[in-house]
Design a protein around this ligand. Structure first.
Ligand code: IVH
Length: 719
């Protein structure tokens, strides 16, 4: 629905009709005369202001309705897994809401679904103290340990049997969500249990978390943020294609995603949450079962695989029942949490320093499978490191088929004694990355062959070296094709120069055809050279050239990261770029200047210093510069990223503001696309009234210009 902009004339007619109906004849005639004579400026403005208020009311009602509907669909989709409208219908609702909020910035609200991903990247996280510490759990690995736990509790409680509540122990990251009068106000990590990090903006991006509860309650809910296995695999696949380091397991992926300083990154990570408990609250709840039902009623996601168990033997049954079925779940669990159901009894039992006495985690052993090592091959990475990889007879383990397992380096092969043809036990480290646990030497037939690391690089034939203090052997040939192809792939990856269409296959092709020998050569490619290549049709050849061209304008930190300087990851690249601002300054920097930057240690400094003194680097940079690749970091990248939420709106300030000077306030408006005028006119949209606003306020009232206070102004700025 579109809120119509009523013309002043139409609105005037409406008002006149209203007055006619209500019989205010004198005023009616007066208006008629004024309007006919064209002298009714002030009244007209009053009429306009009336119309504006009416439009705002209408928009406010529609906005409220859209927000309710969108949150309902979010809940159905993300929590109940039972959507009732299509994605495009949902998108249409979102678009309408975004548009209305853009037209009426004064109607923005913290709990709007449009405001899940908001705010600029943070410089760091603030710390928060947990009112009630977030404790860990004691572990048990066998039935006997569970019986011991139960005996201890029955003795302490003086009971012959205890009711337990059993839940899945989802492997993720513990968080706390604070709601005040129904509004999500703060969220934090567990941290050390006493203080955590304020990750509110990141948690807001998780669509399963309601920004407003259906009841105006104040409480702290606690739970686990996690990633589904499939989302984790897709995420790692994407990272692999982009040449980014992989996450070892879903847990690390969830933790890494939640601790992103830029909420937009978190928003892209398919994080999910289950709530399993409460911190501070004053609700009349008697059992843990009731507590979870209540959280569920508040539309918070609670895992439905849960059960009340009468006595420890029933709890054990629950543990066993999930041991084999757990691989069918879409997420990883590493055990079962068994909790005393009676909340008053929980309270009586209390906590030890580390964990509550009333709960225990039963931990499953990691799944292990036998398979055969068919071969051991080596990979050459971007830095020349040569990594041995076991090629396995395919085996299904912990949710997926495994055919390869990294053997890391020759020391690890020797330590485990792995030979080609061996039968080995494998498992997934952190439930994900396949690793060889041990060799079943008793299965040997005598046919097994020892593996030797190659003396020569399998790609270029250059001698490989093991440098002092390193476990890896490296190919040190700077023009080794395998390294070069890997370097191009890394340079083009999303977090680096973000060149779409330049993955491993294309990089390899460009090398094979002799078109690219260094990343700088990319910038000299022409469509006519690419189009005839068998894998690149005309269209994708021109797309590729366009994508390469576009990458020239990226900020310096992407280039630095893309160059693949040893030890310079994304973070170091940003620190260096933000410190030096230009590549020229950075390449001239001495080691001491580099180590003086907080968080840049001697290892990085040394690698950077040396990189810029290599003759090949000189040549490379010269070529890049000639091609017009940007070598500088924009100073106000963050400010430029601010959304233009005040586009087309004119502000006038009057009186003193508390939080800003006039100039600062004006700058904030301009950053968001708005205008600032020095005096009130009919074109003014808002007068921001500070203390003692003076004559401008009277003028604004006279013209029917909307007057807002500093609080409202701050809300509009979405600070
Ligand atoms: S209760 C005071 N319930 O396991 C009791 N924890 O080792 C606090 N976890 O950091 C925990 N699923 O994040 C509880 N259903 C569940 C859980 C669960 C996963 C995590 C939790 C905590 C860790 C304890």
């Amino acid at each position: 629905m579109q809120v119509k902009k009523e013309s002043a004339a139409a609105a005037t007619k409406k008002l006149v009709c209203v007055m006619a109906i209500y019989g205010n004849q004198a005023l009616f005639l007066y208006f008629c005369r004024e309007i006919i004579n064209g002298k009714g400026e002030i009244q007209k403005r009053q009429v306009e202001s009336f119309v504006k208020k009416e439009q705002v009311n209408e928009a406010a009602a529609r906005i409220a309705q859209l927000r309710r509907e969108i949150e309902e669909h979010n809940y159905r989709y993300h929590v109940l897994d039972d959507p009732v409208i299509s994605d495009s219908e949902f998108d249409a609702l979102m678009r309408e809401l975004i548009e209305l909020e853009r037209q009426y910035p004064e109607l923005q609200s913290e709990d709007s679904p449009t405001r899940r991903v908001g705010g600029a990247p943070l410089p760091g996280f603030a710390t928060l103290t947990h009112k009630i510490p977030m404790l860990g759990l004691d572990n048990a690995f066998a039935l006997e340990e569970l019986r011991e736990f139960d005996r201890r509790l029955r003795r302490l409680a003086g009971l012959s049997s205890i009711d337990y509540f059993c839940e899945l122990k989802v492997d993720g990251l513990a968080v706390s969500l604070q709601y005040e009068e129904g509004l999500f106000v703060r969220g934090s990590t567990r941290g050390d249990g006493f203080t955590g990090e304020d990750i509110t903006s990141n948690l807001r991006t998780i669509k399963q978390i309601p920004l407003r509860l259906p009841e105006a309650v104040t409480l702290e809910a606690r739970g686990e943020v996690y990633i589904n296995r499939a989302d984790f695999e897709a995420m790692n696949e994407q990272r692999r294609q982009n040449g980014e380091p992989l996450f070892a397991n879903p847990r690390n992926a969830a933790a890494g995603s939640l601790r992103q300083l830029d909420p937009r990154v978190t928003a892209s990570r398919s994080l999910r949450i289950f709530l399993y408990g409460m911190g501070e609250h004053n609700l009349p709840l008697k059992t843990h079962a009731e507590l979870l039902d209540y959280l569920e009623r508040l539309r918070l996601p609670v895992n439905k695989n849960r059960a009340l168990c009468r006595g420890i033997d029933e709890a054990w049954e629950f543990c066993l029942s999930w041991q084999d079925r757990r691989s069918e779940l879409p997420y990883e669990i590493d055990g079962i949490v068994i909790k005393v159901n009676d909340l008053a009894l929980q309270e009586r039992l209390g906590n030890t320093a580390r964990s509550p006495r009333w709960a225990i985690a039963f931990k499953y052993p990691p799944e292990e499978k036998r398979t055969k090592v068919i071969d051991i091959q080596v990979n050459v990475g971007r830095t020349g490191a040569i990594t041995p990889v076991a090629i396995l007879e395919p085996v299904f383990i912990s949710g997926s088929t495994v055919q390869r397992a990294s053997l890391h380096n020759e020391d690890i092969i020797a330590e485990k004694g792995v030979m080609i043809g061996d039968t080995v036990v494998i498992r997934k480290a952190g439930e994900i990355i396949p690793e060889v646990v041990r060799v079943l030497k008793e299965e040997r037939t005598g046919e097994e062959k020892p593996f030797r690391m190659p003396e020569k690089c399998p790609s270029c034939g250059a001698a490989v070296h093991r440098l002092p203090g390193e476990a890896a052997r490296r190919c040190l040939n700077p023009s080794c094709p395998a390294q070069l192809v890997e370097r191009i792939v890394h340079f083009a990856s999303r977090r680096a120069m973000d060149i779409e269409g330049l993955g491993p296959a294309v990089a390899e092709l460009l090398w094979r055809e002799g078109l690219v020998r260094s990343v700088a050569d990319l910038y000299y490619l022409e469509v006519s050279q690419l189009a005839p290549l068998e894998r690149l049709a005309e269209k994708s050849a021109s797309n590729l050239v366009a994508a390469i061209e576009k990458s020239k304008g990226h900020p310096l930190h992407r280039l630095l990261f893309g160059l693949g300087i040893r030890f310079v990851g994304e973070k170091a690249a940003r620190l260096l770029a933000e410190h030096f601002l230009t590549l020229d300054k950075l390449r001239r920097a001495e080691r001491e200047e580099l180590t003086a930057i907080p968080e840049i240690g001697p290892k990085i400094a040394d690698a950077v210093y040396r990189f810029f003194r290599e003759p090949e680097t000189e040549e490379l940079l010269e070529k890049l510069e000639k091609a017009g690749v940007n070598f500088s970091e924009p100073v106000a990248a963050a400010a430029a990223a601010a959304a233009r939420t005040l586009e087309g709106k004119t502000f006038v300030f009057s009186g003193a503001l508390e939080r800003f000077t006039r100039d600062e306030a004006a700058e904030l408006v301009r950053e968001r696309g708005g205008k600032v005028a020095s005096s009130v006119s009919r074109k003014t949209d808002y007068l921001v009234a500070g203390s003692e606003p003076g004559s401008k306020l009277a003028r604004a009232r006279e013209l029917g210009v909307e007057v807002i206070d500093e609080e409202t102004f701050i809300r509009m700025l979405q600070l």
